[in-house]
Write a protein that binds this ligand. Structure first.
Ligand SMILES: [Zn+2]
Ligand SMILES: [Zn+2]
Length: 310
């Protein structure tokens, strides 16, 4: 092979590798999409967080009533944000509110954090809207209280496979304490964030394999804790579900570096106090994955599922 021909044949591959390993100005080596950033009351505060944590773009989780505020953030920083919509499925007219926002540019439904059963008629109406409008729906699944008197959200997870089967055209994104506790086959009932070795065969692990319409949002202490507690297990888990894992932070720190109050002062999540969840989980993923897998989980999977321009 002539030198010129040889160089021509290896150059594209070399360029692709370079692109994956180091893109100048991108702290994580490539673009990162945070699919779980709550819209903040102060103008440009979400931008401060993505800049500080090295995130390129974020989905602003937005209550229907705050839609105009989310649009203002998007206009202020073109190309950096998309927005979701949420409305209480039990309120009359919520279906129309969701459809209107989705027709107006919202890219997903969520997060749904309500005191409803996952198989309730109210939630199932939302799953139908997600299928009809071809957007994913994300649920916060938590039964153990963070604070005294806190009621459970999205109950009935052990039977959720019935919903995954009954709504095959709906793309579900699981998130929250109980969703991630079920990464293991044994789930203690006296805490929200189990520690220590994972027993293989957990519901979440099995369903991610069995159902093409289930995805996992790795945000918050729930995602970070589950992926940190047994990293030998996590390597296999990421390998099994590379196309189903979606990076998100759910971080409430002010500056993307751990300032202010992280994890809303949730006492059980104190392991992340003073830390930025986005940085912690991105660092963990970087240690556990190859650059190719890191890019899929932190960018490509979310771009595809939320149908964002690449
Ligand atoms: Zn949540
Ligand atoms: Zn943060």
């Amino acid at each position: 092979m002539q030198r010129r021909t040889f160089l021509q044949s290896i150059l594209p591959a070399a360029a692709a590798v370079r692109q994956l390993t180091a893109q100048p100005g991108l702290p994580w080596g490539g673009p990162v999409l945070d699919t779980h950033l709550h819209l903040r009351p102060d103008a440009d505060a979400c931008f401060t967080h993505i800049q500080g944590s090295g995130v390129t773009r974020a989905v602003l989780l937005t209550a229907a009533a705050d839609e105009d505020r989310a649009k203002a953030e998007m206009e202020r920083r073109p190309g950096r944000f998309a927005r979701s919509v949420r409305a209480d499925p039990a309120l009359p007219g919520s279906g129309r509110v969701l459809r209107d926002a989705l027709r107006g540019g919202a890219v997903s439904i969520g997060e749904l954090k309500f005191h409803l059963a996952l198989d309730s008629p109210e939630m199932r109406r939302v799953y139908d809207i997600a299928a009809e409008m071809q957007v994913p729906v994300m649920m916060h699944i938590q039964t153990f209280p963070h604070f005294a008197g806190e009621l459970p959200y999205s109950t009935g997870y052990p039977q959720f496979d019935k919903m995954l089967r009954a709504h095959p055209r709906t793309n579900f994104i699981g998130h929250g304490d109980l969703f991630w506790a079920h990464i293991s086959a044994d789930v203690p009932t006296d805490r929200g964030y189990p520690a220590g070795p994972i027993r293989p065969g957990g519901l979440t692990d099995r369903w991610l394999s069995d159902f093409p319409n289930l995805y996992a949002d790795m945000s918050a202490n729930s995602g970070n804790n589950a992926l940190s507690r047994d990293t030998d297990f996590t390597r296999g888990f990421i390998g099994r579900h590379t196309g189903k894992l979606i990076f998100g932070s759910d971080c409430s720190c002010t500056d993307g570096k751990g300032g202010g109050i992280s994890q809303n002062n949730n006492p059980e999540a104190s392991r992340l106090a003073g830390k930025c969840v986005a940085r912690e989980t991105l660092g963990l993923l970087q240690r556990l994955t190859s650059p190719e897998v890191f890019r899929r989980i932190t960018w490509e999977n979310g771009i595809r599922l939320f149908k964002l321009p690449a």
